[in-house]
Every structure is written in C-alpha cells, then in structure tokens.
Design a binder for this molecule. Sequence first.
Ligand code: ZN
Length: 213
Amino acid sequence: MALGELIWTGRAWPAAEIVGRTGDDFTIKTSGKGRPLELVGPAAWWRNFSELNLEDSDAIIGFVRRHGDPFGQLSQTTQGDTAGWAYVVGLLKLAASCWTRIIPPTSLCTVWDNGYVIDALLASPLFVERVAFVPHVGEVGTDVTARRGVTMRIIPENLAAYMITSAILHLEDHVSMAPCEHCGDWFVERRRGTQFCSASCRAASSTSKKEKK
Ligand SMILES: [Zn+2]
C-alpha cells in the first residue's frame, strides 16, 4: 500500500481582526464566511509560521487572513486566540533549522541526516492525535506501472497539523525553498531562480511594477 496525498481542507479568514489581549495571548474574531481552501500536497509556508513573532499583532492577523487559524477555532460565531501557537512555532522552528538561512537566492536543506527532527515532529500530539490516514482507491505507480490501487490519504484535522505534516514531508524530501518576492510566502523551488510562489503572484508583481512606472 502506498502513501497517498496530503489533503488540507480549511478556511482562511480575510476579515479577521485582533479584538483583545489576555496575558500573552491575542484574541481574534472574524466576520464573513471565510475563504475556503483545498490544498493537495504540502505547502512550504509552514516556514512563515515558524518565523511568526507572537508579539506582533499585524503578523499574527496577516497569517490568519491568508492561511487560517492553526487550531480551527474561528467562525462567524466563535472567537479564537493565540494560546498554544508558541508550541507550533517552536516545533516548526526546529524543522526550519535544517535549512540554510542565507538567502537569497535559495534555502537548502543541508541537514541530510534529519531523522531526529522528523522523529520529534512525528511524536508531537499534533501529529499523533490530529492526522488521520484514510484508505482511498486511486491511481498508484507511475507511467507503465500505473494502475488503480489502495493508497493512504493523509488528512490533517487542523491547520497546525497540516503545517507539521508539510514540514515532515519537506524534511523527508530535502526540498529547496525560497520566499516569494511578491507575497513573502515560502514555496518549494523546483527550478533554481524562481521568484514567485504562484502564477498569480508573478502576474500581480508585474502589474504593480507597470503601475509604478
Ligand atoms: Zn507569492
């Protein structure tokens, strides 16, 4: 049986705002229905979360607006807070420590023997308790060997678990990464010198350059 795709179904909250603070934790509320997200495969912006300054309310709300809240607390009727975020940041910082920090142009996963870091992430309750493996019949094998067979889809229950699982898969594959020059999100650099995380960021960047002229 093959390991199948990582699939994340969640919501970003473009209308989220900080509405208060209790001790070290910010309270967040939102209006609107949010922006539905369905992602197949790992996303490298777990590194943006690893770099979050949890004292910086703009950085916190910026992340929630773009990618959602890590523990899936927010809705039109429920508030969330940043309690527990430091734990996720810490785990992802450990993962990020396997990549070089000197950028541009590319951040390389230079810690080849990173199994001890993967072990730490696998042992986290965020992985053990919040990630399901769901059997699914789909295409397995490649090209000549392609056929229908059983794979285990990886389904995280919340955004924190999705980011931890993304980091595990990236550590395992030793991918190279770069930050997008338009939105600042980390992305997997499949070709050296790629500047943008997506076609939409490339287009937005060239439009804003033209406007400046
Ligand atoms: Zn981008």
